[in-house]
Design a binder for this molecule. Structure first.
Ligand code: URA
Length: 214
């Protein structure tokens, strides 16, 4: 599994990357997903937000974080004074992975595995080179593992400015990135019994991001 052969040569801009990613067959996830959901937003953003993979709505609409989790994220960013429109938003894996229990119509999210995450990584590295953000936010365990490896634990590492890891890309992106802040995935707020407390935790982690950018 590897997306590398599908990447455009040279220094493609966002439209060029998106167009090429739409044809990616670097892992089997393209087979069942509706479409590639590439990152979007301001390519000169100081902040890059990294999610896990598109959800049901994102898969249908072809845009990241346009569903319920995206609404939680936008509200939390607003609460700490970050304009969601001023960020670049993407996912570690660009296709929706799901199961359909009993062959029904409901599509249930399935976490991507390490091979799929690794296969998709060249797209993220290309986005990182393009945007050159100052801060990267990993939303949830999968995004955290994509950046920090399988030993990453959200509960232990959230809400602090962590040093930027070596992503094996020759350190090119690291020139701009001051660090990485990990937090929970916004969808965890929607699943929680104590939604308010979980939401407040997300907001306080994002406040660290706002402080670094201020
Ligand atoms: N969850 C994610 O991780 N990414 C999306 O784009 C939507 C939901």
């Amino acid at each position: 599994y590897d997306a590398t052969p599908f990447l455009p040569g040279g220094r493609a801009g966002l439209p060029g990357l998106r167009k090429a990613a739409a044809q990616c067959r670097g892992c089997p996830l393209h087979e069942d997903a509706t479409q590639t959901v590439f990152g979007e937003g301001d390519t000169s953003a100081r902040l890059l937000l990294l999610g896990e993979q598109p959800g049901d709505q994102e898969d249908r609409q072809g845009r990241p974080f346009v569903g319920p989790a995206g609404r939680v994220l936008a509200r939390a960013l607003g609460d700490v004074g970050i304009d969601p429109e001023a960020a670049y938003v993407t996912n570690a894996v660009k296709h929706f992975k799901f199961t359909t229990p009993e062959g029904g119509k409901r599509r249930i999210h399935k976490s991507p595995n390490l091979r799929e995450m690794t296969a998709c990584r060249p797209w993220f590295l290309a986005e990182l080179r393009l945007v050159s953000p100052e801060v990267v936010v990993a939303l949830g365990a999968t995004a955290g593992k994509a950046l920090l490896g399988s030993s990453f634990r959200v509960t232990e590492q959230r809400g602090a400015l962590l040093p930027w890891p070596d992503l094996g890309d020759g350190g090119e992106a690291a020139e701009s990135v001051r660090g990485l802040v990990a937090t929970i995935h916004p969808s965890a707020v929607l699943r929680a019994d104590d939604r308010d407390a979980v939401y407040d935790g997300l907001v306080s982690d994002l406040r660290v991001v706002a402080d670094v950018l201020s």
